[in-house]
Structure formats: C-alpha cells, structure tokens
Design a protein around this ligand. Structure first.
Ligand SMILES: Cc1cc2nc3c(=O)[nH]c(=O)nc-3n(C[C@H](O)[C@H](O)[C@H](O)COP(=O)(O)O)c2cc1C
Length: 383
C-alpha cells in the first residue's frame, strides 16, 4: 500500500537475462503498476507481458469485486505496455488514457479498438472522486509519448521511467548506484528534456514518487531530485578519476594500474578502473559520467584502437557525453594509432578537454614512461 487509496500491483522479473536486450540486471527488474481506488478507479500502466498473468492476479486482488474505469498509459515501451491488450481483454469497459502520441505508438504494437479512449494534453485533469489527476507531458524522457501524472490529493507523482532503477523490489542494494546506471544508459541522452521536467516538478508539492521501475520514493525527496539535476545537467557528481582501458596483452592494463597507485599516493580521493573487455560496459559508462576526469587507455589495433574502446566511445557519444577532462594513453608496437582514433571520436563530443602530452607506450612500461605517468598523475590531481 502506497497511501490509503493507492496500491502497488507491479511484479518483479528475476529471470530476465538482459533488460532491453542489452543491460545485465544481476538483481532483476521491477515492472511497477499502481491502482488508485476512488469513486472511479484508475490503473497506472501495466507491465511486461513476460509477467502478464502474475500482474493480472495482483490487479484482481487489489480491485476486489470492483472494475477499473481507466488505464492510464504513461509510457508505451513494451516493458510497461505489452500487457495492455491482456488488460483490456479482462476489463473491456476500462477507458484508455493517453496523449496523441500514446495512441499512435500503441497502434504499432496492438490491433486495438480505439473507440474507448481519452486523449489528454498538458495540464488536463481527470477527477476520480477525491483524487484529481493532472497530466504533465514529458516528451523524450525518454520516448516521445511519455507523460507524468500528478495526484494532487495524495501528492503523488507517477513519474514513468524517471527516478527508476534496475533491480527487483527488495533487492538489497544502494538506490543511487543502480539508478545512476539506469539513468545514463537509458535516459542519459535526454538531459535537456529532463531539466525541463524537473522545472515543472519544482512547482508541485510532491510527497511520494511512484516510478515504473524500482522502489517507491518517499521521505526526503530532495536527494533524488538533486541527483537528477546533476545527472541531467551533465555535471560531474564525484571528485576522483575514472580509468577505462582495453588491453590485448596486459601491458596497458599494468600501466594504468600503476597510474592508479600514483594517483592515490598523490591524494586523489577516488580512482575507479574498468576493463572494457571484461567489466559491464553500462557500468563503465555510468562511471565516465560520475567523475569529471577520465583516462582512456588502449592498445593500437589494425591502424585504429582496440574495438572495446571504440565501442565505449561510441556509447559515450550516443549518450551526449560532455563537460569532461580526458587524458589519453595508447600502446602500439610499430605504428601506434589508438590515441588518434580515440581523439577522432572525442572531437565529435561537446566540451571535452583532452590533456596535452598524451602518452604512447611501446609494449611494457619503461622507466621513462613512469615519469610521463607521474606528470599525468600530477596534472589529474591539480586540474
Ligand atoms: C590484431 C592486432 C592488431 C594490431 N595492430 C596494431 C597497430 O595497428 N599498430 C601498432 O602499433 N600495434 C598494433 N598491434 C600491437 C599492439 O598494439 C601491441 O602489442 C601493444 O603493445 C599491445 O598492448 P597491450 O599489451 O596493452 O595489449 C596489434 C596487435 C594485434 C594483435
């Protein structure tokens, strides 16, 4: 129970292998749905049809002997809307509520009878009894049809995918880490629309946030809103250095591990290292956004850079990566090419400062290379 009238009817998915076909979710994922019981009953979104039967059972239990009047679709992505058809087969009298874009997209997934729909616009309201729902259109957070719904009676914001996180409900894990990995990988490209929506949210008296994934948020909401403000403005969140590397034979890896020790011995507050071939790429992307200073180190490969690094840089570019200081380290045996290849991709991003004197290793790190790394560590510690 979220409030006296709002019930949780979502489901956990702990047997999904990859979320959105690409993200590892070691603790699963929750597909959230909520019911508002008033004179009229509104259901807030459905769930992935992978869990459709379990969802309908939860819903039936919450409804008792009543029937829903409205199904509000705030986001058409199939992890939330692929049970809409199932829902309507069971509750054909329910009216579908969405905006113009909602119904355009729904029609791409379902052969639905769209006679019984209510099309809402920004600022429209729907009275259920005591509860009045206010619709707030939030295009491109992170699909074009996405909208928030604010219940002014219980002061609850139904925030679609915003403020969501990976992990089934009850997963014993920190909110920030998995919410950040979720945000940057799924919403990250859309910082501007998120900023717009945060401004709208600031005008509302919000007591509880009900996202479509992860826990319901209550208590001091400023910590979640503050994180979203930092993330969507692309500002670094933490002091420290992130080192991402891709190494064929381990020499580049050994060099950056030595660099990590140098940084820590010079007082750098935190140094996080990711092996792009072995560690979760989505987590590496999250770290790259978290810190203001990043070292990219990679072996040269076929006149370019090792593909894991190239892939990583394309991911960063796709997520609007910006406002960071980057140091480059390459390794190559006959014609080192990694720094040039990395620079080419970085130059397509906004506000990226590449530190002078990129380092070139030729095989194993030598004494003179150590000196270059000491200089780099000093630069990263002061700049
Ligand atoms: C398939 C392949 C392609 C390579 N291409 C290049 C290259 O274009 N230029 C170069 O200087 N070295 C090239 N190398 C050599 C590596 O970059 C070199 O061995 C480097 O020292 C590896 O660093 P690591 O030990 O960190 O992997 C290539 C190696 C392999 C296996």
């Amino acid at each position: 129970m979220i409030t006296n009238d709002i019930l949780y009817v979502g489901v956990d998915d702990k047997d999904i292998d990859l979320f959105e076909g690409q993200f590892v979710v070691p603790n699963g994922i929750a597909y959230n749905s909520y019911v508002i019981l008033d004179d009229k009953i509104a259901v807030m979104d459905t769930v992935d049809k992978r869990k459709g039967a379990e969802y309908l059972a939860n819903l039936e239990k919450a409804l008792g002997d009543r029937f829903p009047d409205y199904l509000i679709v705030s986001h058409v992505e199939p992890d939330h809307a692929s049970s809409v058809q199932l829902f309507l087969e069971k509750y054909p009298q329910a009216q579908l509520v969405g905006n113009t874009k909602t119904f355009q997209l729904l029609a791409q997934y379902f052969d639905l009878n769209f006679d019984n729909i209510l099309t809402v616009k920004e600022g429209d309201t729907l009275l259920l009894g005591k509860h009045e729902l206010h619709f707030i259109l939030t295009p491109m957070v992170h699909w074009p049809e996405v909208m928030f719904t604010y219940d002014s009676y219980d002061k609850v914001l139904f925030s679609a995918d915003a403020f969501g996180k990976f992990g089934a409900l009850g997963a014993k894990e920190d909110w920030t880490c998995e919410a950040r990995r979720y945000y940057f990988n799924i919403v990250g490209k859309f910082g501007m629309p998120v900023q717009t929506v945060l401004k709208k949210a600031a005008t509302l008296d919000i007591r509880i946030i009900c996202p479509l994934h992860g826990p319901v948020l209550s208590g001091d909401l400023s910590k979640y809103l503050d994180k979203y403000n930092i993330w969507s403005s692309y500002e670094p969140e933490s002091e420290g250095v992130f080192i991402a590397y891709a190494s064929l034979h381990g020499n580049t890896r050994d060099a950056v591990l030595a660099l990590k020790e140098m940084l820590l011995s010079k007082g750098c507050p935190e140094v996080v290292v990711s092996d792009l071939a072995r560690n979760d790429m989505a987590e590496a992307l999250e770290h790259a956004f978290c810190y203001g200073k990043v070292v990219l180190a990679a072996s040269s490969y076929n006149g370019g850079v090792m593909p894991f690094m190239e892939d990583f840089l394309h991911h960063l570019k796709g997520k609007n990566y910006q406002k960071r200081t980057v140091a480059l380290v390459e390794n190559g045996s006959w014609a080192p090419s990694a720094n040039k290849a990395m620079t080419e991709i970085l130059s397509q991003m906004k506000d990226i400062t590449i530190l002078d004197s990129p380092i070139t290793l030729r095989g194993v790190m030598k004494d003179e290379d150590k000196k270059a790394f000491e200089v780099l560590a000093d630069k990263l510690c002061i700049s």
